[in-house]
Design a protein around this ligand. Structure first.
Ligand code: BGC
Length: 348
C-alpha cells in the first residue's frame, strides 16, 4: 500500500512510497484512510526539526490527523464496518507513569509516551492503518470530510477543559471575554468553542484574511489585525494559538484580573527577548493570573471534541478545509499558501 513517509531529522525527505500492509500488532481494527489533516507539527517533521522513527527504523509514516472508515473489526469492539472514525494520537508510556496509568497520557510525566505519526510509531498517512479499538473515536457520519478536524479539536477541548478547571478554583468565576491569538485551524476551533460557551469572542491574526474575518463574524465574534498592545480588551481567557515568540511575550500580563492564559501553540527555541519580569510578576501575583501550557488530548477530550463538532454549524466547519491535495501530490500540502486554513490530503 502507498504511504507518506519521512526520515525524521533529515530535511525534505518526504516521499510517497510502497510499504508493507498494516501489521495486526498495531491493533485489531482495519481502517481505510479517507483523509489526513496537515498541521505545523507535520511541517516541522518534514523540515527535520521534530519527529522520531519507530525503534530500529529510519523512516516514519507521517500523519496524526486522521479520518477513515472501518473495514474490519472484531464483534462488539465499539465500532463496526463502515463507521467513520479517527485515531487517537498518543499511546501511554510503558512504565506507566501515574498519569498514563489512568488514561491521561496527554499528561505523561516521564516523556516516554509514543505518538502515531510523530514519535516512534507509524502514523495514519497510509491507504490503510490498523489500530486498537480503545484508541478509535467514532465521528458523526453527517460530518463527512470535516471529521478530519476531530484531532485538532481534541487539542482545543483539552485546553478548554483545563482552563475551566483552573477558573473553577474560585466560586465567582464567570468569564465573559475570550481572546484567541492566531487565526489558524486551532485558533478558529478555540474561538468556535468559546462561542459555544456564549463568550464575547475576539480573534487576533497577524494579517488580514477576509475568509477568516468572515468565519469569525459567523461565530458572532470580532476579528482583529491590529497590534495586541492597541486592542482595547482585557480578556478573562486568552488562548495563545500562534506559538510565535513575539506574541507570547506580548500576552503575558494582558488579561483581566484573575485571567487565564492557555499556551496551545508550540514555540521553537532560540528566541531571546528583553522582558520586564518584575512588572509581569507583579501583575500576575497581584491579579491572581495564571499562565499554563496544554498539549495533546486523552480519550475524554476526543469525545468532548466529537460533541463540539456535532453541535457546530457544518457549513462553517467545511469552510475551514480550504485545500485538498490528492495523495500523489501530498508534498504540495506542506507548502503554505496565502489564505490556507486547514489543508488535507485525500486518499480516495
Ligand atoms: C499534535 C498532538 C501532539 C503534539 C506534540 C500536535 O501537533 O496535535 O497530538 O501531542 O503535536 O507532538
Amino acid at each position: 500500500m502507498r504511504a507518506l513517509t519521512v526520515a525524521p531529522g533529515t530535511a525534505n525527505s518526504a516521499r510517497l512510497e510502497d510499504v508493507a500492509d498494516p501489521s495486526t500488532e498495531d491493533g485489531a481494527v482495519l481502517v481505510r484512510t479517507l483523509a489526513l489533516g496537515v498541521c505545523g507539527t507535520d511541517r516541522e517533521i518534514v523540515a527535520g526539526h521534530y519527529g522520531w522513527a519507530p525503534p530500529g527504523e529510519r523512516r516514519l509514516v507521517i500523519g496524526h490527523e486522521s479520518l477513515g472508515t472501518v473495514q474490519q473489526a472484531p464483534v462488539d469492539c465499539g465500532v463496526k464496518i463502515g463507521d467513520l472514525v479517527v485515531g487517537i494520537v498518543r499511546r501511554p508510556d510503558p512504565v506507566p507513569c501515574g498519569a498514563c496509568a489512568v488514561g491521561e497520557w496527554d499528561m505523561c510525566r516521564n516523556g516516554r509516551y509514543t505518538e502515531r505519526g510523530i514519535k516512534e510509531r507509524n502514523g495514519y498517512g497510509s491507504e490503510f492503518f490498523r489500530i486498537e479499538p480503545d484508541f478509535l473515536v467514532k465521528v458523526d457520519s453527517s460530518l463527512g470530510i470535516a471529521g478530519v478536524l476531530l484531532e485538532p479539536t481534541s487539542v482545543v477541548t483539552k485546553a478548554w477543559d483545563h482552563t475551566e478547571r483552573i477558573g473553577q478554583r474560585t466560586r465567582s468565576w464567570q468569564p465573559k471575554t475570550l481572546l484567541v491569538t492566531g487565526g489558524g485551524p486551532v485558533g478558529l476551533l478555540a474561538a468556535m468553542i468559546g462561542a459555544q460557551r456564549g463568550l464575547d469572542v475576539h480573534v487576533l491574526d497577524h494579517h488580514e484574511s477576509l475568509r477568516k474575518r468572515d468565519l469569525v463574524r459567523q461565530l458572532g465574534g470580532t476579528y482583529h489585525i491590529e497590534a495586541l498592545a492597541d486592542l482595547p480588551l482585557q480578556p478573562d481567557i486568552l488562548m495563545e494559538c500562534t506559538g510565535a515568540p513575539s506574541v507570547v511575550r506580548e500576552i503575558l500580563g494582558r488579561t483581566a484580573s484573575g485571567g487565564i492564559v492557555c499556551l496551545v501553540g508550540v514555540t521553537t527555541p532560540g528566541h531571546d527577548f528583553n522582558l520586564d519580569i518584575g512588572a509581569i510578576n507583579r501583575t500576575m501575583v497581584l491579579d491572581n493570573d495564571t499562565v499554563f501550557g496544554s498539549v495533546n488530548a486523552n480519550r475524554r477530550h476526543y469525545e468532548l471534541a466529537a460533541e463540539a463538532l456535532r453541535r457546530a454549524d457544518k457549513a462553517w466547519l467545511d469552510k475551514l478545509i480550504t485545500r485538498r491535495e490528492p495523495v500523489e501530490q501530498w508534498t504540495q500540502s506542506l507548502q503554505r499558501q496565502p489564505d490556507d486554513i486547514k489543508v488535507i490530503v485525500e486518499f480516495s
